[in-house]
Design a protein around this ligand. Structure first.
Ligand code: PMP
Length: 286
């Protein structure tokens, strides 16, 4: 069955959906995006994702293609039309397609482009990787300096995943000025003793929606949380490590640069946070 996608007001079979070759998303990566998880046909952390989308749009002076209510209706329609149970919805807004390629932003008569599509991932919350844990390698962070804006400039993160793959690892953690920023598509954490450490928010990292929820649950469960930069050496000496993102939830990291973290097995704190996050997300999904 062909997937139904959304493009600028229309629901179309994926093969019929079209965007102009002059679209600035295509020509200049002048576009922002969001990925929302779907569990049991319901949207996880939807309000967080729309709030971050609003912020990304406003930081780039990009016009908004729809209200939050309209976006929610489109998400739900795509879930229904594609009979999606577990998976994700990808949303992208671009600055639209002016008549010619030009570095200057187009005027207000050019509408933004809005595209959404689903990806089905049956059993999303029961990933086998959560039981074994994932491995990462460290690489230099060579992205632009506004990583707090969720743009589609994903070439370096994509290169990072390939560098990891070349070394037989699952992902890469990026290092800048001697400290870890984040994973290629996730936020990075270590645990030392009873303290969870993760990079503080700023232009250097994306403010993860999963990060915000997980830190809230950790604090509610009386766990200690420190939001500050940490080094690769600290990570190698940690008792546990893990990542968070909308599609992986909380995922343990058991090896960094070929060296075991703790006992080289998923840690108790990461496992507990994963359990809480998935349970609470199922409850609050809309
Ligand atoms: N950092 C980066 C660079 C990311 O691409 C992502 C995933 N989009 C995250 C962090 C995690 O954010 P979220 O929890 O909102 O998925």
């Amino acid at each position: 069955m062909s997937r139904i996608v959304y493009v600028n007001g229309q629901y179309l079979p994926e093969g019929e959906a079209k965007v102009s070759v002059f679209d600035r998303g295509f020509l200049m990566a002048d576009a922002v995006y969001e990925v929302t998880s779907v569990l049991g046909g319901k949207l996880v952390d939807f309000d967080g994702h729309t709030a971050r989308l609003r912020r990304s749009l406003s930081e780039l002076d990009m016009p908004s293609p729809a209200t939050d209510e309209e976006l929610l209706a489109i998400h739900r329609e795509l879930v229904a039309r594609n009979d999606l149970s577990d998976g994700m919805i990808y949303l992208q807004v671009t600055r639209g397609a002016p008549a010619d390629r030009d570095f200057v932003y187009p005027d207000a008569s050019v509408p933004p482009t809005l595209v959404l599509f689903t990806q089905s991932k049956p059993g999303l919350a029961d990933s086998p990787l959560a039981r074994t844990g994932m491995t990462v390698v460290s690489i230099p962070d060579q992205r632009w300096a506004r990583r707090d804006i969720k743009t589609v400039q994903l070439l370096y993160p994509s290169m990072g995943k390939m560098m990891a793959k070349a070394q037989g690892a699952d992902d890469a953690w990026m290092i800048e000025d001697g400290v870890i920023t984040e994973g290629t598509s996730n936020n990075a954490y270590i645990v030392k003793g009873d303290t969870i450490v993760t990079r503080d928010l700023g232009p250097q990292i994306l403010s993860g929606i999963t990060r915000a929820a997980v830190l809230r649950f950790a604090r509610e469960a009386q766990m200690k949380v420190e939001e500050r930069p940490f080094t690769l050496d600290e990570a190698l000496a940690a008792d546990e490590a893990f990542i968070t993102s909308a599609t992986t939830f909380v995922m343990p990291v058991v090896r960094i640069d070929g060296r075991d973290i703790g006992r080289g097995k998923p840690g108790a704190i990461a496992a507990r946070l994963r359990e809480i996050y998935i349970e609470e997300s199922r409850k609050s999904a809309i």
